[in-house]
Structures are given as C-alpha cells and as structure tokens.
Ligand binder design. Structure first.
Ligand code: 3HC
Length: 691
C-alpha cells in the first residue's frame, strides 16, 4: 500500500511509502485522496499527520510520469484537497521534502521536521517551475523575495535554515512522529488553528527593490535556461488572488513541461544516475579504501588531494621536488582558509582536512595506501618507471591509478605484475571543483577494481564515466575534433570572438578560444609538438595558436592569448593584434575569407562533436551515448538543458546531423567523414539513445 492509515488517539497518521524516494506517483496521489476522504468521514478524527516512510519525506512528483498523459487526481487538486480537509493536517518532514513534496507540506497547516529534514523546490533544475501551488503558497508563508530566491536557484534548505526561514514550525531531535503528535495536540487543544496559506491575501515582507535585484541576478545566471526566469514570473503572480495565481502557475508549468529544455534536463537527471551503472560487471565486491597517496604535487595533484580530503580520506602527497611539495601544502592551506573566510566550510572542518593530510618524501611511504594515483608529467617513460616502482612497493590489494589525460594506460598496466589492479582516473582541473572523473578501463583491469574506483569517485562527489583506452579518452578526443573546426573557421573568415559568442549563445559556459586562454596556449602547443611526428603530411594544419605561442601570448596567465586581459581581469577583450595575425594567416594560405553565421558556427562545432561521439560509441570507448553526454555536461560546460551533445543530436534528428556533415564534406571531405553509426541511424530514423 502506498499510503497507510493508522490512528494515534484522535490523530490519523498517513504514511507515504513509495520507494525509493516516495515520489508522488499516480497511486500515491490516489492513496492520499482516499485517506483524506476517510479523515473527512470520521468525526472522531481531530487532526492528521502526513509522514514519509524511510529516510525521505517525499522526493517530489514522479519524474518518470513526465511526458506521459497526466492521470487524475492531479497533484494541485490533491494538495487543494489536503488544504480543504475538515481537520487540520501537519506535515512531519522526516527527510527530503522536494518539489511536489514541499508543496504537499505547504498544503498542510503545520510543518515540523527531523534534523535530517530538507526543504526545497528544485524544479528549475529539471526545466520546470513548481506546478502544484509552490510558487503561490511559499511567498504567502515567507515572502516573495525569499521564496523567489529558493525557487530560482532550486537550492534546498536544511532543517535549521528552514526553521529560521519560517518554513518549519519546529525541529525535533528524538522521535519525529511522537514529538510531532505532542506538538500537534497542543495546537489542536489551543483551538487556534492557523489558516490555510491559500486564504492569505497579502504577501508578507514586501521588498520590491530586492526582487528587482534578484531578477537581474537570475537573468545573468540563467545562461539561456528559461525555467528560472519563468519561475520569477510565477512568483510575481502570487500578488494576484490565490485562484488566479494558481492558474497562472499551472499555465507556465505546462509550457515548461512541453519544452525541449525540460526533456534535456530530465535526460541529464536520469543519465547522471545511470552513468555509474556498468552493464555486465561480474562482481559487486569492492575494496575498502582508507588512505590515498597522490604522486605529483603540481596543480593536478593538489586538486586531487583536496578532492579526497574533502571526501574524508587520509591523503599522502608525494613529490620528488621539495619546493613543489612546500608550495602545494601552502596552496592547500590557503584554499581551505579562503573557504573558511567565505563560510563554505567551518574552521573545525578545515582542521580535520589538514589533519588528514601528510606530505611524504619517500615513495616507499606509499606502501600503506589502498589507492595510489600518479599525477606526474605526461611522459610515458617517466610514468612507466613510476609504475614499476609502485608495483614493487605497494601492498598486494593496492589499486594503481594514472591521471594521464591521453597516454595508453594498457602499456602502464603491462609494466607491472598486477595489470588487473591498474586503472585510469582522469580528473579535470581544478580537480577539487570539477565534477567529472573519467574512469579509464584498461584491457586487463578487474571488475572489482573498476567497481571500487567508481564507488570511490562517487564518494568524493564525482560523476564517474567509464571510458575505454584511446588518445584523449572520451572528452579530450571529442574536444580535439571540434577544436579543429573552430581553428578552420577562424582561418576561413570568422574571428575567435565570433565563434565564442555563437557557442556561448548556444549555452556553452565558454567558447573554445576562451577555453584555450584559460587552459594556457602552451598546453595545446605541447600536444601539437607531440603529434608532429605522426600527423599526416596532407592534413590541414592551422598555425595561429603556434604564432600566439611564439609571441608569448599563453592565455590568461600572461594577460594575452586569443584575447587580451587587462590588469589581471579575466574578462576577454578583443585584440587587434590577434585579428591582424589571423588575417595574415589566411593571406599566407591564400584563403578568401568569408562570413559565418552563428548557426553555421554552432552546427560545425556541434556536428563535429556528435560525429566523433558516434565513432567513440562504435569503437566501444563509451558504453552508451549518455556517458558522452555526462562527460560534456560535467567536464566541458555543455548546457545541461540541452541534455549533452548526443541527446542534442537525437533532439534535432540524427539525419539532420548526417545531412549537415555531408554538406560540409562537399568542400572539405578530409575532415568531414561521417561515422558509420551516424549513417545507420540517419537511414533508419534511429536515435543514439535507442537501447
Ligand atoms: N521521481 C521518480 N524517480 C525519482 C525521483 C522522482 N522525483 N527522484 C529520484 N528518483 C529515482 C532516481 O532516478 C533513482 O532511481 P534509480 O535507483 O533507478 O537510479 C532513485 O530514485 C534514487 O535516487 P537518487 O540516487 O538520486 O537517491 P538519493 O538518495 O541520492 O537522493 C533525492 C534522493 C534527494 C530525492 C534525489 O533523488 C532528488 O533530488 N530527486 C529529485 C527531486 C526533485 O527534483 N523533485 C522535484 C520533482 S518535479 C515536481 O515535483 C513538480 C511539482 O512541482 C509538480
């Protein structure tokens, strides 16, 4: 039964039990309406409590029902029924009350919570707005400004914050149900029952200036995402009579529900949960990891060390260079100190993290670790010798991981006597912030080691994506393919700012040339020098980045790259020197420059991404299209509301992508070769996401 009914004296307790998250599925909505009918019919009942079974109150509407024909009773009607019940109802919030879950609680006269309670309206993260009265009742409870801040960011409040915001009336620490009933009985006996939120006609705490500022901030933050702006519109409607406001909310909610952004964000939501599940894994056994040693105290090593410290692990940091080691420790200390100042962590949390960190000066000291991550220079010979040494010193069950971003980890596995314990853990910089972790599956790695690394990655808050071994794995390999197109376009007629603007307008956090300036022009230069020996002689090569390198324009760190940066400011400024350099490059190759529309720029970049993604799928480097989507959303600033490049391909139609590539190939057949999978799907009207 999804909603159970029990009597505690004169109080009916309705328990929602719909694992895993007590979502408000059709049968739960039906169960709630039936339970309220029963309460209404029984004159002996003086009040009712709604509580969730397990660790969650209600995780919201059932997302799996979205996109299907809605079935009555609809959630807004269920909540109106709760609010109109003959007796008052109290929500006893035992865990997360999210979206429709909080909306159910807002339909109740009282809301109390356990210490584990969490209240939020995260619908904007799914491309929606609250659609069951949340935008109308919450402003009536805590004021339009606070409500709008919660709804536009989607960020939930913990129990203490919800109490001080006025969402919760009390927080209980012992037995939530028992204490809630005691609290409720006092209210019932007082005879002064609080009115329903829908009956409030004037919103508390008006702050029009604050609302204006929030609107500005929301628009700036949205980066093409519509739902946060739509949510503001709905909250503004809370100034109308309740029924009118509710109608307005419903209309906006249904519009959002029909949008591509909603499909993209729901795809991202489920993909993020799916990506950690590896089909065909033969064991669920995992190894216990307590101490992690990081080899290499450069930028990457420091970030990885902090990611593990943040996750509560004991971390040892090793570097052969004492000076680098000292600098790394100072950097970690200063970063944590900054986090304390900004209120992101507490001073005791900082202390704990620093206590868990030790610098080691002898690699032998890594022998106590269950996981060793090598983050040394990208040089195969150096890495091989490190892996030989690690093989000799590490304890038998220790996992040996490399953070290489392109080298063949199969070769590293082979230099050890434990190839089944060798794996890739490709972090993205800054590794303590970026959510993506590519887990590189070597030919020899055991399922137990793969499962362990996926679990460890999740425990430090990473979205772990399995990738096969190839140059660049998933992310950097696809990046290389579209980066090439960006270079061709600037040589053929566009300017870096044109390409970057078009891609930002599509929703990318940054355009490809801004990314180069951020990463450092020298990084690409070293990669290209590594590739010089194997690059086909007849391949088109754009040397604009090499010229920038020769001028010492290495990007943001030198104050100049594709753009110039004034006085340490990170805002890119178009630079006539670069424009001249690009015009000269076109002239040298006798290219007649032409204009590119934003749509053509976007198509060239996105189709290159999708085509390379299709090749990666064909080769089995990525397990599923959704894995590629997760790499780009969590590692490369691809907008989640587009669902990732492969989902975007499905949305616009694989045939559209295929035909577009054939068109581009007419003038450049060498770099536009459609993947076989792309051709097959285009011909069969298939989708990358087809099982
Ligand atoms: N509907 C259907 N399934 C859901 C769901 C939901 N609202 N929320 C989570 N699930 C599923 C997940 O897909 C996952 O399924 P799987 O095991 O098959 O992969 C399973 O429940 C467990 O989810 P998590 O792994 O995320 O579990 P956690 O314990 O880590 O987190 C949670 C629980 C905090 C509830 C988290 O799942 C969450 O944030 N869920 C979404 C909450 C949300 O956005 N609610 C708003 C929905 S829209 C709405 O309510 C509209 C309304 O205004 C009309």
């Amino acid at each position: 039964m999804s909603v159970s009914f029990e009597m505690y004296g004169h109080i009916a307790v309705l328990t929602i039990d719909n694992p895993p998250v007590n979502a408000l599925s059709h049968h739960v909505r039906q169960g709630l309406v039936k339970a309220i009918e029963r309460v209404n019919k029984d004159a002996a009942i003086k009040g009712a409590v709604i509580i969730g079974a397990g660790r969650i109150f209600i995780g919201g509407a059932d997302i799996k029902e979205f996109g299907k024909p809605p079935l009555a009773p609809h959630l807004p009607d269920v909540i109106n029924t709760i609010e109109a019940c003959r007796v008052p109802i109290l929500a006893a919030i035992n865990g997360a009350a999210l979206g429709g879950g909080l909306e159910v609680a807002l339909g109740c006269r009282y809301r109390v919570g356990a210490k584990t309670a969490k209240t939020g309206l995260p619908e904007v993260n799914l491309g929606l707005i609250p659609g069951a009265g949340g935008t109308q009742r919450l402003p009536r409870l805590i004021g339009a400004l606070k409500a709008a801040a919660m709804i536009t960011t989607g960020k939930p409040l913990d129990a203490e914050k919800a109490l001080s915001a006025g969402i919760l009336d009390a927080v209980f620490e012992q037995d939530l149900l028992e204490e809630s009933i005691t609290f409720f009985n006092v209210k019932l006996k007082s005879g002064e029952i609080r009115p329903a939120l829908s009956t409030i006609t004037t919103l508390p705490f008006a702050d029009p200036k604050g609302f204006e500022a929030l609107t500005k901030k929301t628009k700036a933050r949205a980066r093409g995402q519509l739902s946060p702006i739509k949510a503001l519109e709905a909250v503004e409607a809370a100034h109308l009579p309740f029924a009118q406001g509710l109608k307005r909310e419903r209309k906006i909610f249904m519009d959002c529900m029909a949008s591509d952004q909603r499909s993209g964000l729901i795809h991202s939501f489920f993909a993020q949960r799916q990506v950690g599940k590896i089909p065909g894994l033969k064991t669920s056994k995992i190894r216990e990891i307590k101490t992690v040693t990081i080899l290499g105290a450069g930028t990457m090593g420091v970030g990885i060390a902090m990611a593990f410290l943040d996750g509560g692990y004991a971390v040892q940091l090793f570097d052969i260079n004492r000076d680098a080691q000292d600098k790394a420790l100072a950097r970690i200390y200063n970063t944590y100190k900054g986090s304390v100042t900004k209120g992101r962590i507490t001073a005791p949390q900082m202390r704990k993290r620093l206590d868990n960190l030790s610098a080691i000066f002898d690699m032998q000291a890594a022998s106590n670790s269950e996981l060793i991550i090598e983050a040394a220079t990208e040089n195969m010979e150096i890495k091989k010798s490190i892996f030989r040494e690690l093989d000799a010193l590490a304890k038998p069950s220790c996992i040996l991981a490399s953070n290489t971003s392109y080298l063949d980890i199969n070769i590293l596995a082979k230099v050890t006597k434990r190839p089944s314990d060798v794996i890739g853990m490709h972090f993205f910089s800054p590794a303590n912030i970026m959510k993506l972790l590519e887990v590189v599956r070597t030919d020899s790695v055991s399922d137990e080691v793969l499962g362990t690394v996926m679990q460890v990655g999740k425990s430090i808050g990473k979205v772990c994506v399995v990738a096969g071994v190839c140059d660049g794995f998933i992310g950097n390999r696809v990046l290389k393919s579209y980066r090439k197109q960006a270079d061709f376009m600037i040589e053929d007629g566009a300017m870096p700012q044109d390409v970057d603007r078009a891609m930002r307008d599509f929703g990318l956090a940054m355009g490809p040339f801004q990314v180069s300036d951020l990463a450092g022009i020298d990084i690409g230069w070293h990669t290209r020098r590594r590739e010089d020996a194997t690059r086909p002689k007849n391949e088109r090569y754009v040397d604009i980045a090499d010229k920038l390198y020769d001028l010492g324009r290495l990007g943001q760190k030198t104050g100049a790259g594709y753009y110039s940066y004034k006085d340490g400011n990170r805002t890119p400024v178009d630079d006539p020197i670069v424009e001249k350099l690009i015009l000269d490059a076109s002239k040298r190759k006798q290219i007649t420059r032409r204009t590119f529309t934003d749509t053509e720029i976007q198509n060239r970049i996105l189709f290159a991404m999708i085509n390379e993604g299709a090749k990666i799928l064909e080769e089995g480097i990525a397990l599923r299209a959704l894995d590629i989507d997760m790499v780009f959303i969590h590692g490369y600033g691809f907008p989640a509301y587009r669902g990732g490049p492969m989902f975007y391909g499905d949305q616009i139609g694989v045939k559209t992508v295929y035909d577009g590539i054939l068109e581009f190939a007419k003038t450049d057949p060498k770099s536009w070769k459609p993947a076989k999978l792309l051709r097959t799907l285009a011909k069969t009207n298939g989708r990358f996401s087809d099982p």
